[in-house]
Design a protein around this ligand. Structure first.
Ligand SMILES: Nc1ncnc2c1ncn2[C@@H]1O[C@H](COP(=O)(O)OP(=O)(O)OP(=O)(O)O)[C@@H](O)[C@H]1O
Ligand SMILES: [Mg+2]
Length: 205
C-alpha cells in the first residue's frame, strides 16, 4: 500500500509522517518512509541539483529532473518495498508535480499528468493525504534564514500551487483526502489517524 503526503511548504508533511509511522507501527505493521525528490542515492543527488539556488533551472528541465528522480525512486525503492508487503509512505509524490510544475510554473497539465504516470510506470498512490494550510500559515511555519530555489518563488506562484492541489481534490476525491492542517500538531495528527483508519478498514487484505 502506497500512501503519499502533499501540501505546500510548512504544512506539516514531515511532522505528520513521523507521527503516522509511529501510529501504524504501534499496530504491529511494517512501514517505510521516504521523501521526494530523493529517497534513493541517485534521486537524492538530483534533489541537491533541483533545490540548490546555484542553478538557473527552467520549467522544462525542472519537470524532467523531478520525473527522472521519481522514476528511479519507484523502480529501486518503492516497488521493491511494496512487493515485500510494506506500507510505504512518501513525503510528496506526483501530485506535487501537478501542483508545482503544471499549475505553479504553467506547464501543460495533460502533458505533466502523462509524464507523471510514465515516471511511475502507472503506479498510483492508494491514499494521498493533503495537509491544507493558508499561504500566511505556511510563511509563519517556514520562516528561516535560507530558502531553497523553489521556496524562493513568490506568493503568486504558491497561490497557483494551492489552486492546483484544490483541482486534484475535486478530480480525485476518493484518493486525495483533504485534511485541515491549520491546527496544532496533535490536532492534525488525530485527523490524519482517522483518515488512515477509515482507509485501512476498507483496504483489501
Ligand atoms: N500544526 C503545526 N502547528 C505549528 N507548527 C507546526 C505544525 N506542524 C509542523 N509545524 C512546524 O512547522 C515547520 C514545518 O513543518 P514540517 O517540516 O513538518 O512541514 P513540511 O510540510 O514537511 O515542510 P517542507 O515542505 O518545507 O518540507 C516545522 O518547524 C514544524 O515543527
Ligand atoms: Mg518536509
Amino acid at each position: 500500500m502506497l500512501i503519499t503526503f502533499e501540501g505546500i511548504d510548512g504544512c506539516g508533511k514531515t511532522t505528520q509522517i513521523k507521527l503516522l509511522k509511529e501510529y501504524i507501527e504501534s499496530k504491529g505493521l511494517s512501514v517505510v518512509t521516504m521523501r521526494e525528490p530523493g529517497g534513493s542515492d541517485f534521486s537524492e543527488q538530483l534533489r541537491n541539483i533541483l533545490l540548490s539556488s546555484r542553478h538557473r533551472v527552467g520549467a522544462r528541465s525542472e519537470l524532467m529532473l523531478f520525473e527522472a528522480a521519481r522514476a528511479n525512486l519507484v523502480d529501486t525503492v518503492i516497488k521493491p518495498e511494496l512487493e515485500r508487503g510494506k506500507i510505504v509512505i512518501c513525503d510528496r509524490f506526483y501530485d506535487s508535480t501537478t501542483a508545482y510544475q503544471a499549475f505553479g510554473r504553467g506547464l501543460p497539465l495533460d502533458f505533466v499528468q502523462k509524464l507523471n504516470l510514465f515516471a511511475t510506470g502507472g503506479l498510483t498512490p492508494n491514499l494521498t493525504i493533503y495537509l491544507s494550510i493558508s499561504l500566511d500559515e505556511s510563511k509563519r511555519r517556514t520562516s528561516r534564514p535560507e530558502f531553497d530555489r523553489i521556496e524562493k518563488a513568490g506568493d503568486e506562484f504558491f497561490l497557483k500551487v494551492i489552486e492546483g492541489y484544490n483541482y486534484i481534490a475535486r478530480q480525485e476525491p476518493n484518493r486525495f483526502v483533504v485534511v485541515d492542517a491549520s491546527g496544532s500538531r496533535q490536532e492534525t495528527a488525530r485527523k490524519v489517524r482517522k483518515v488512515f483508519d477509515k482507509f485501512f478498514e476498507g483496504f483489501p487484505k
